[in-house]
Design a protein around this ligand. Structure first.
Ligand code: KG4
Ligand code: ZN
Length: 361
């Protein structure tokens, strides 16, 4: 529909410079420039390298998205940007770019939450989000179970990791196995040829007295690393495929078990899974089986929409416009620890007063 809001979204919370354009819940463009190769030799994202890469990629990526969508910047109804959480310097590049474009074009600016965007992106794949929706967000930085009755205003944390994020565990185990970075995709690939029951790795926080919805992956990580060390010390070959499959099974078993339990306990019949780890083929498969058995409808966006991208930010921005949420003010700042309970950063009353004074203050 032509009267649905046309929004451009900018995402720079980690190592992907993402620029997406949506009209309502329709994806028009999803341009991503990644600096992942520049971080590979360090085995993790180096914040300063990421910030510099965002700066270089920003304008070309915005131009590419506009071209891909076949729209002019003048036609936009708003510009959305990830205000947090994420790497402070990296976020700052996106927020500054969004402000500059919004100010120059005279468009409203929406600073939005990275995690709420990971949930909202599913609207581009499966249409309007059911309300309420349970969301399992699993990435390199987060592992959370969230319950949302309105993605623009109400996101409630049910549980989260108490130590490592699920993706972080994949990355660390891949490093121990010398498989490179990022670890998730390569472990996923090796696991396909391994036996998930070969080694019984521990399932963190699944005891009767443990918190029902929180996660812990650090014990699992240590256990897998010790197992590998012991094999190496004994001069035996490490069965990489079996280790990958058994480790992956331990992670996805706990994730899906807790997510389904949260849905049942809260009487929610929809589960969405997002974040980079949602690209994991075994997670998708096991979630499908368990949701089917429990009568829960599962929604997982295609892998490209699960990893960090600008389309998810545009999707949430468009929802903000559609629901008449307040735009952000020109003093919007990057907040590296923006709470998950804040889907966006609303501005003060003088939002649309554009003056050089408040732009540069
Ligand atoms: O959401 P994302 O792109 O960035 C963050 O916000 O962290 O997630 C990246 C994480 C990395 O840890 C990566 O190893 C993991 O997602 N990942 C996967 C897979 N693809 C990416 N983990 C498991 N299986 C995959 N297929
Ligand atoms: Zn993310």
């Amino acid at each position: 529909m032509a009267d649905e809001p046309l929004v451009l979204g900018i995402e720079t919370s980690c190592d992907e410079t993402g620029v997406g354009i949506v009209r309502g819940t329709t994806l028009l463009a999803d341009a991503v420039a990644s600096s992942v190769d520049e971080h590979a030799r360090f085995g993790g994202v180096v914040p300063e390298v990421a910030s510099r890469a965002h700066l270089e990629a920003m304008v070309p990526t915005i131009d590419r998205a506009l071209k891909e969508a076949g729209v002019s910047a003048r036609d936009l109804d708003g510009i959305a940007v990830t205000a947090g959480p994420g790497l402070a310097g990296a976020l700052l590049v996106g927020v500054s770019a969004a402000k500059a474009y919004a100010y120059a074009l005279g468009k409203p600016l929406y600073g939005v939450n990275h995690l709420a965007s990971h949930i909202c992106v599913d609207q581009l794949e499966h249409g309007a989000l059911p309300e309420p929706t349970m969301a399992l967000l699993v990435s390199g930085g987060h592992s959370s179970l969230l319950l949302s009755s309105d993605i623009t205003s109400d996101v409630r944390p049910m549980g989260a990791t108490i130590d490592d994020a699920a993706g972080e565990a994949f990355d660390k185990i891949a490093r121990v196995l010398n498989l490179g970075f990022p670890g998730g995709p390569v472990i996923d690939r090796y696991a396909k040829e391994g036996d998930p029951r070969a080694i019984a790795f521990p399932r963190g926080l699944t005891g009767p007295r443990d918190p029902a919805y929180d996660f812990s992956f650090s014990g699992l990580k240590t256990s897998v690393a010790r197992w590998i060390e012991a094999k190496r010390a004994a001069g035996e070959e490490v069965p990489v495929r079996d280790v990958a499959a058994s480790f992956q099974e331990a992670v996805v078993d706990v994730l899906t078990r807790k997510a389904v339990r949260a849905c049942k306990d809260e009487g929610v019949d929809h589960l969405m899974i997002g974040g980079g780890v949602a690209a994991n083929s075994r997670l998708r498969e096991l979630a499908r089986h368990r949701c089917e058995a429990a009568g829960i409808e599962l929604r997982v966006p295609r892998p490209k929409l699960c990893t960090d991208n600008g389309a998810m930010v545009a999707a949430l921005g468009a929802e903000m416009v559609a629901r008449n949420r307040a735009a952000s003010s020109w003093d919007l700042s990057a907040d590296s620890s923006l709470p998950v309970t804040d889907p966006h950063v609303p501005g003060h009353d003088h939002v649309h007063e554009v003056s050089k004074e408040n732009l540069y203050s």
